[in-house]
Unconditional design. Structure first.
Lengths: 401, 510
């Protein structure tokens, strides 16, 4: 170890250190800059209505379903796999929920609203997990390529959707169940959540610093930590302030935030997360390091199934119907969000945070182009160009760092 | 003839941000000679090769390179250009497409065409002609993946020569070859010389220079130290030039006091898991004592690597025999079980099996040891950093921080990362499969010292090596393997090169 390093770091000026920290996280910033850029363009193109509280509220609510899928997809791609079945699986979960709501509970639990909603959610999640277990088992323990297995899964779930719906649309807009994706957190509660987030961030920062000191490591300078937290708090404040001017935080956005936080934690701070990245980076080295490759792969796909379950429940509640087209094409949106967010298709590299920003970029484009009444044909063309250009920019910057 | 210069380097300087990789280097390569270049990792050998191949095009370095009387001016996308000018390179890592045939590989990117389609007959006929001309014994229609490393090397050479090369650069061609294969390569190089091809031969194995080169250039820290006719220098001279100081011993002597037997393998037999009729381990017995360095010698393909992977629970299907560690009989079914029992394995190929190259040093060191730092579900990042930092420091890994990606390190430092990760798991038995392959003299010496220290602390160290001198120089006892079978275990005092080689080749039976 080069012992002079720590002294060098100390000697650096504040400016250099901020610049260095920006540079080392350049990719995350580029993505954020892209979001700001897109929003600015649409803001002017729509004479300001793009950033109306109502539109901001809808924008985030719309990205929720694919975001749940992207979160799981990051881990799948990181392990070197792919899951083509997620769209149709989420769709299948949504029609199962609708079927339970409309046919089963209506018959067996007449007049009730809360219990059926709970049972529908459990049913939906269960379907997702079972699908994940089956596909994960085939991929991890029977060693079939994920691409093929999940392609089969996609067809299978499509068939199951048609079986359950019998080709008809099933209503799922019963009270309580609807609130899952259409409800709002009252503004007062919204502010409560804001305070809670701020306090948790500060507590987390100080306990992290204390722990570092306990181990004899020098924590980052306090101002850098405070700056980071400050930026996050301002962003959260701006968001909550905006949506509170409409109806409050959309329930699915809050759910997404909670799930995302948990999954980011799992991917960074648990053995399971570390192993997933390691085996995606070099499967042979991971195996010889004592990692149970099949076990980790299996769990990644079960988790993916669970997230499809959440996505499917939210989808059913959001749309208010179970339809034969439910979830069509969502798998590609989820994959695109991951790739836009810096996940390497070769495995080993990728963040959930990045995938969420990727999903936000896609949703921002879709909403904006719709508001401008751009013909669907051209929406596809523009999205295609932006996807390819963004990935090229990423590759270019990595090469010329 | 003496002064017929084909390549003339004049004050060549190559700078990278913060580093001068080549520092005003001046030396000459004569037409038709075999010219050796040696130096520690980071001495500038690869940079030199990259200038000749066009990876660093003309204008990105200072000074000039005169090739055949004209200044070499390779443009931006110049790797093809260099080949067209007659400069061909065989890299250390093979660059063949293993699923295609020899002929397809040789003519990859320059397939003979007829009306826009590939003329397969001509391709194979031309390949055959090249192979015959230089006496390379390979079938042009064989699939490359089915060939051994030695034959693949021949294909690489044929590929390099297929464009009428005048200069052939071989960058560490022997690091993966067995002794017999090295000798075959030497023959090939002599044939090339007869055909008037100039060879630049880069290697870490100093003894090879004395087999074939006419002159040797030694580099250190980006500088050319000297160029000497090979017959005027000794191996020790070269080492001295390379490290800038005299190395009294190539192998440090430890104060080891081997204790009781801690690891014992009895009559082990195992089959290839992918081919259940193929016996890969056929009767292996040995024991290793606490605080001992136990050498396993044998040629490539003798079953050495298969043996240690089987002991580690990750390769062969054991059909017979017993493995004992301490007073427990163990039967590892996975690497995890082996690690938990107290075994560690520094694998043969650090890039393919030892490291996750795209991850940081820290994550590589902690990977097998995360259980130590995990409470419930959470990894204690500070504990992880503290323990990894301690290992990295004690092995003197040279890197600005542990956050640096493993792929950016030199071979020696990469190997130290692999060793650190296994030391952190505090093994009773540490198996090292060819731990010094492809790393420079200085780093080798550090790894030898480390092995001594570990043994002195009571670890049983098992070392496999392709270099006989290394096995004999470091071990207390040596086991020789031949065709999956352990011939015998000799105290190192009774083992000499000839005897071990005779056992390894099956010429002698113990």
């Amino acid at each position: 170890m080069n012992t002079s390093t720590t002294d060098d770091v100390k000697a650096q000026s504040l400016g250099t250190r901020v610049i260095q920290s920006v540079r080392s996280n350049i990719q995350s910033y580029i993505l954020l800059i892209a979001v700001v850029g897109i929003w600015t363009i649409f803001f002017f193109a729509t004479q300001g209505s793009y950033l109306d509280p109502q539109n901001i509220s809808n924008l985030f609510r719309q990205m929720a379903v694919t975001s749940f899928l992207s979160i799981g997809m990051v881990l799948v791609i990181v392990t070197g796999g792919i899951d083509l079945s997620v769209g149709k699986l989420a769709g299948f979960v949504s029609v199962v929920c609708a079927y339970l709501q409309f046919y089963v509970w209506f018959k067996y639990l007449p007049g009730q609203v809360v219990l059926p909603a709970i049972l529908s959610v459990i049913g939906g999640l269960l379907v997702g997990v079972i699908a994940g277990v089956v596909q994960g088992y085939i991929i991890a323990y029977l060693s079939l390529p994920a691409f093929i297995v999940t392609l089969g899964g996609m067809w299978l779930f499509n068939g199951l959707i048609l079986l359950v719906t019998q080709g008809k649309t099933i209503a799922a807009h019963q009270p309580v169940f609807s609130d899952i994706a259409q409800g709002y957190i009252p503004p007062v509660w919204g502010w409560g959540i804001f305070v809670l987030i701020a306090v948790l961030l500060l507590w987390n920062m100080f306990s992290g610093r204390r722990s570092k000191q306990k181990y004899g490591f020098e924590p980052r300078p306090l101002y850098l930590d405070l700056l980071t937290i400050g930026v996050i708090v301002v962003l959260v404040f701006a968001y909550i302030f905006s949506v509170n001017n409409y109806k409050g935080i959309p329930a699915p956005v809050l759910l997404l935030a909670v799930v995302a936080m948990i999954m980011i934690y799992v991917s960074n701070n648990t053995r399971f997360g570390r192993y997933a990245y390691a085996l995606g980076g070099n499967r042979e080295a991971a195996r010889l390091s004592g990692i149970n490759i099949s076990g980790v792969l299996f769990r990644v796909f079960v988790l993916m199934g669970f997230l499809c379950g959440i996505g499917g429940v939210v989808l059913a509640s959001y749309v208010g119907y179970g339809t034969i087209a439910a979830g069509t094409g969502y798998e590609l949106d989820a994959i695109a969000a991951c790739i836009l967010g810096g996940t390497s298709p070769l495995g080993g590299v990728g963040t959930i945070y990045g995938a969420l920003i990727g999903a936000l970029i896609i949703a921002s484009l879709t909403t904006g182009l719709q508001m401008l009444n751009v013909a669907p044909a051209w929406q596809y063309v523009l999205k295609a160009i932006i996807l390819i250009a963004a990935v090229y920019a990423d590759v270019y910057f990595k090469k010329h760092r | 003839m003496e002064d017929d210069i084909i390549l003339d380097f004049k004050d060549v300087t190559k700078r990278f941000p913060g580093v001068v990789a080549l520092n005003k280097d001046t030396f000459q390569i004569r037409r038709g000679e075999i010219h050796g270049i040696c130096g520690e990792n980071g001495a500038g050998k690869s940079t030199l090769v990259k200038i000749l191949s066009g990876v660093y095009p003309y204008g990105t370095y200072e000074g000039s390179v005169i090739y055949n009387g004209d200044e070499l001016k390779l443009g931006q996308s110049s790797i093809r250009e260099a080949a067209e000018k007659g400069i061909a390179i065989v890299y250390q890592e093979l660059t063949l497409v293993s699923t295609r045939t020899v002929g397809e590989n040789v003519y990859l990117g320059k397939e003979p065409l007829e009306h826009g389609a590939i003329n397969w007959d001509k391709l194979y006929a031309d390949t055959q002609a090249i192979l015959e001309k230089y006496q390379l014994d390979v079938d042009p229609r064989a699939t490359v993946g089915n060939l051994g490393v030695g034959k693949m090397q021949m294909v690489e050479i044929a590929k390099a020569l297929s464009e009428d090369a005048k200069v052939l650069i071989l960058d560490e061609p022997t690091s993966a070859l067995s002794k017999a294969e090295v000798e075959k390569l030497m023959d090939i190089l002599r044939t090339l010389k007869e055909h008037g091809i100039t060879c630049i031969y880069i290697s870490h194995r100093l003894e090879e220079f004395f087999l074939i080169t006419d002159r040797v250039t030694v580099m250190r820290d980006g500088k050319v130290i000297t160029t000497q006719p090979t017959k005027d220098v000794t191996q020790n001279d070269l080492v001295k030039f390379m490290v800038g100081r005299e190395m009294k011993e190539r192998f440090p002597k430890g104060k080891r006091k081997p204790g009781e037997v801690v690891f014992e393998v009895k009559d082990l037999e195992a089959f290839d898991p992918d081919n259940p009729t193929h016996k890969i381990i056929d009767g292996v017995s040995f024991n290793v004592r606490r605080g001992e360095i136990f050498g396993i010698a044998g040629l490539m393909g003798s079953g050495r690597t298969e043996l240690v992977l089987t002991l580690f629970g990750e390769y062969g299907k054991i059909s017979k025999g017993q493995i004992r560690l301490g007073d427990k009989v163990i039967q590892p079914k996975s690497a995890r079980q082996a690690i938990n029992a107290g075994l560690s394995l520094v694998p043969e190929d650090r890039k393919r099996m030892g490291l996750v190259l795209i991850q940081s040093i820290l994550k590589n060191i902690s990977l097998p040891n995360l259980d130590q730092f995990s409470k419930f579900f959470r990894i204690d990042a500070n504990a992880e950093m503290q323990a990894s930092l301690k290992e990295a420091k004690s092995l003197a890994i040279k890197a600005p921080s542990l956050e640096v990606l493993a792929e950016t390190l030199s071979g020696g430092n990469q190997q130290k990362v692999v060793i650190s990760k296994w030391l952190l798991s505090e093994p009773q038995v540490l198996i090292m499969d060819d731990p010094t392959r492809g790393i420079d003299v200085g780093a080798k010496f550090e790894i030898y010292k480390l092995m001594n220290e570990l043994a002195e602390k009571g670890v049983a160290v098992i070392m496999i090596s392709s270099e006989l001198e290394e096995v004999l120089g470091m071990s207390d006892r040596v086991m020789v393997m031949c065709r999956g079978h352990s011939t015998t275990t000799l105290p190192v005092a009774e083992a000499d090169k000839e005897r071990v080689m005779a056992l390894a080749t099956g010429v002698a039976v113990a």
